[in-house]
Design a protein around this ligand. Structure first.
Ligand SMILES: [Zn+2]
Length: 303
């Protein structure tokens, strides 16, 4: 006999919703919850974003290189200190996963978590991409963002997040039971291996949490779960950075395309991304010096 399953009235995403254990709240729960929220870091003590300097640097630029990152793949690029680089949407809405290293020492790399804590969940013009401890210096400063108009939408979503990690084959296997080898993590690992000559297994250990370029993400209001929605990026949009030290970058064109529905498979429509590197005039850079690592990196911050 055939059994009939009643139609579910649940929302399709309900299976992904998190449930919390509910312990009876104490009688003073309300005043405990009402404690004042304090922004964690005194970011007004960070070196100020010198708009005049960066705008003057942007005024007279010579393009010195261009890298095309094919869809579902990654590419590397070098940016000398004092140069600018742009990540450009060229053909269609596409998300990019960015890794950055000190070009002379792979142990110093982009520190997504501290960047988030110092600036915000999503970054834009005037924010900096900080490096890992014990160095903790700005690797790059964002000097232009054509998507800065987006702000935060009604879902709490924003663009260019430092809250996601990168799509990777391990999580894909854990949750989906399937193997996929063009995740951003794999793409970045192979690109770094090709650039450095390291075996992929070794290069993989240098790949780190990314800046999700052009990706639109946030946390659901009720359960604070990480969500994504279609990126608002369109061809011609770009985000631009000033290299505060010599940089090696790697960029993956995410297999999720605009990340409107899924990633970690070959289903989404994907487009290439372009990285352009520009040299400013010598005059604009006169007196400028690369960022210095924290003085604790020479002594010892931990001792
Ligand atoms: Zn990805």
């Amino acid at each position: 006999m055939e059994t009939v399953t009643p139609m579910s009235t649940e929302r399709p995403e309900a299976k992904n919703m998190r449930t919390r254990p509910r312990t009876k709240a104490p009688s003073d729960a309300a005043p405990r919850r009402a404690a004042r929220a304090v922004v964690c870091y005194a970011v007004d003590r960070l070196p100020a974003y010198d708009r005049n300097f960066y705008e003057s640097v942007r005024r007279d630029l010579t393009k010195v290189s261009e890298t095309i990152v094919p869809p579902r793949d990654a590419g590397t690029f070098r940016v000398p200190a004092g140069h600018l680089f742009r990540i450009v949407s060229s053909d269609g809405p596409q998300v990019g996963d960015l890794n950055l290293w000190n070009a002379n020492d792979l142990s110093e790399r982009f520190f997504s978590g501290k960047t988030r804590a110092l600036h915000a969940t999503h970054v834009t013009t005037g924010d900096r991409l900080w490096s890992t401890l014990p160095y903790l210096r700005p690797l790059a400063t964002i000097t232009h963002d054509t998507l800065d108009w987006y702000g935060f939408d009604d879902d709490g979503g924003g663009v260019h997040d430092v809250i996601g990690t990168r799509c990777d084959p391990y999580t894909q296997l854990l949750l989906g039971g399937t193997e996929y080898h063009h995740c951003c993590h794999s793409n970045l690992s192979r690109a770094l291996a090709a650039h450095t000559g390291l075996p992929v297994r070794e290069a993989e250990l240098h790949v780190h949490d990314v800046l999700n370029v052009f990706m639109c993400t946030g946390f659901t209001r009720d359960t604070h779960q990480y969500f994504m929605k279609a990126s608002p990026v369109r061809p011609g949009d770009f985000i631009e950075f000033f290299a505060e030290i010599d940089l090696l970058g790697a960029l993956s064109a995410c297999p999720g395309g605009d990340c409107s529905a899924e990633h970690s498979n070959d289903t989404a429509k994907c487009y290439p991304l372009k990285v352009e590197v520009y040299r400013p005039s010598e005059k604009a850079l006169s007196g400028w010096k690369p960022a210095e690592a924290s003085r604790y990196s020479r002594g010892h911050g931990s001792g």
